[in-house]
Design a protein. Sequence first.
Length: 389
Amino acid sequence: MLRQVAAHVAALPQSGIVEVVNYGRTREGMIPMWVGEGDLPTPSFICDAAAEALHGGQTFYTWQRGIPELRQSIARYMSKLYGIPETPERFFVCGSGMQAINIAFNIALAAGDEVIIPTPAWPNAAAAAMTRGAKPVFVPFGYDEQTGFSLDFDRIADAITPRTRAIFLNTPANPTGFVASREDLQTMLDLARAKGLWIVADEIYGRFYYGEEGRAPSFHDIMEPDDHILFVQTFSKNWAMTGWRIGWIEAPPALGQIIENLVQFSTSGVAPFMQRGAIAALEQGEPFVAEQIARARKGCDLVADPLIATGKVDLVKPKGAFYLFMSVPGYDDVRALALRLVDEANIGLAPGTAFGPGGERFLRLCYARGEAQLTEATKRLVTWLERQN
């Protein structure tokens, strides 16, 4: 039977993150910092709005592009955040940020095409390209022990071939915490324009930014209306809605019917009662988002500062997102190290090998958790480190 499976599907990699999660998930007292989500449940005002709609009978087929009220709410939110025109026709509701990436790649890529992905990177994007029969081309970030990760534009330019159709850029980045500057984004946009490439912009951590500006730099700050940029977004991170599987894609209105078709032929839309919860998130959720960002900023310092003080890790504090990406000198097999930390420290970290080239000597730690858990997890990790030679 396996011989009859399409080769590009059979070749999809298993998740190196899930391997460690499955190894340690049943351990009593385990502190899980291996996956990319916080520990707060969805706020009640969001759940109540969804429940009211559910019990009110909003359980039928609905608008493929998203209910008009939600698309208008997204437009208002994005206009306020980025100072862009309030145009609902640019926004399309879909079943998670992951589906948004799949839609973007369906638009940009055909079988045999290539997409450039700076790495280390969240592995699902590369896998999404592979499900299309396209090829992810990994271009490692530059790395400096003092300043951290940076885009290597010479390498990116050299990686472009006649088959290249798109560049995927996640900023602020999972797992590295890298944040592209406005100048970085302009260089990337200039390159894409010159080569006729799509940019798939994953800016879902844009609010989790530790600079003074209040949000990370965005392609919205520099783009023209006719630029070939597809933005993927999700409700998962800002509003603690990871399990809801609802997000949106932003694209030029001319692509509207194509995107509607892609939604229709995959999921046929997002449940309308879930969309009512999403409206509540956008319209009532700013205090909660502010709390999340403040909590992440504090969590970063709470974990990173004691680890750096040991002198036993290579770690540059991130500029955005909510991950530490660190290495422990002398431990090159990070898969084995992650499993060992489950056994010996009862903490769960993700191995950097799960994030592609450039991640081989790193571990990812998600610090989007409460102070008590982070304090205990840091204590366990520092104790473990100090026991090593």
